[in-house]
Design a protein around this ligand. Structure first.
Ligand SMILES: Nc1ncnc2c1ncn2[C@@H]1O[C@H](COP(=O)(O)OP(=O)(O)OP(=O)(O)O)[C@@H](O)[C@H]1O
Length: 260
């Protein structure tokens, strides 16, 4: 796959023929995909499929064994600073330092990202995520839903072109999860960045994602519109398709009735 550097309508993320192995273990095997501006792409797959490895390579935390990753046209390994300044990330397993207040956390990350004017940006994000009342509260004492909102506020500080969200609604109650989904959809629509979203919640994925990639054993098995992919492959729902592929990664074709 040849990557393009054209400035017009350039995807915010281009992953081309990326491969990652740990010793003899192949975690990601030659995957290629793109995320367009304003698009929410779901990265799905059973446990061990290679989702976190993929995200860590996009974030430059892990180096791909082969292949190339461009963020907003910049190579993650060779133009690291430019690529990563256009990126941000939120995940439940990466909480913010709990001994710092909400505002202190946003200030520190804002300084790291070189955000200006920082106070105005912090105030806007506190307002946007309904966090004004928690400005001086230590993050460690916040509820899961409140912490998720702070993590999202942190992830938007630098107005990223590419936002990586690893199970952003895991551990949230249904009402809070719905609010967060709406917020994220609005961000994609209004700010025009692309979002790569991992989730094990297929209903959520159908609701939020414009496109999904289903990974298994480090490969992209299927991709398409989450609202039509199941019927295109003879499954009753996205969840049924997921379960079928998790049990048998070769079972991508529509199932036929016996004797048909
Ligand atoms: N540092 C490592 N050394 C060896 N194997 C690893 C390492 N990190 C991940 N793996 C293996 O690579 C494969 C992909 O792991 P990865 O964490 O990317 O999966 P995942 O899709 O994120 O799974 P989950 O949904 O369970 O989080 C797994 O088989 C895992 O055991």
């Amino acid at each position: 796959m040849k990557l393009t550097h054209a400035a017009t309508a350039r995807p915010v993320l281009q992953v081309a023929n990326v491969h990652k192995h740990y010793g003899s273990k192949i975690a990601v095997a030659d995957i290629s995909f793109e995320v367009a501006a304003g698009e929410i792409v779901g990265l799905l797959g059973p446990n061990g499929a290679g989702k976190t490895t993929t995200i860590n390579m996009v974030l430059g935390v892990l180096e791909a064994s082969r292949g190339q990753i461009l963020i907003d046209g910049h190579d993650v390994m060779r133009q690291r600073r430019r690529a990563l300044s256009a990126t941000n990330f939120a995940a439940v397993y990466a909480p913010l330092p709990g001994n710092l207040t909400v505002e202190q956390n946003l200030r520190i990350f804002g300084l790291i990202y070189g955000v200006r004017p920082l106070q105005m940006r912090i105030d806007g994000l506190l307002q946007q995520f309904d966090l004004l009342a928690y400005r001086d509260t230590r993050c460690g004492v916040l509820s899961s839903g409140e912490q998720t909102r702070v993590c999202l506020a942190k992830a938007l500080l630098n107005q990223p072109r590419l936002l990586l969200l690893d199970e952003p609604t895991a551990s949230l109650d249904p009402a809070t999860a719905r609010d967060i989904r709406l917020q994220i959809q609005r961000i994609a629509r209004e700010q025009g960045g692309g979002i790569l979203w991992t989730s094990h919640n297929m209903t959520e994925v159908e609701d939020v994602c414009d496109r999904v990639l289903i990974l298994s054993q480090g490969r992209v098995l299927l991709q398409g519109d989450p609202r039509t992919l199941a019927s295109e492959h003879g499954a009753a729902s996205l969840e049924d398709l997921f379960v079928r592929l998790a049990r048998d990664p070769g079972a991508t074709a529509p199932k036929r009735e016996a004797g048909a």
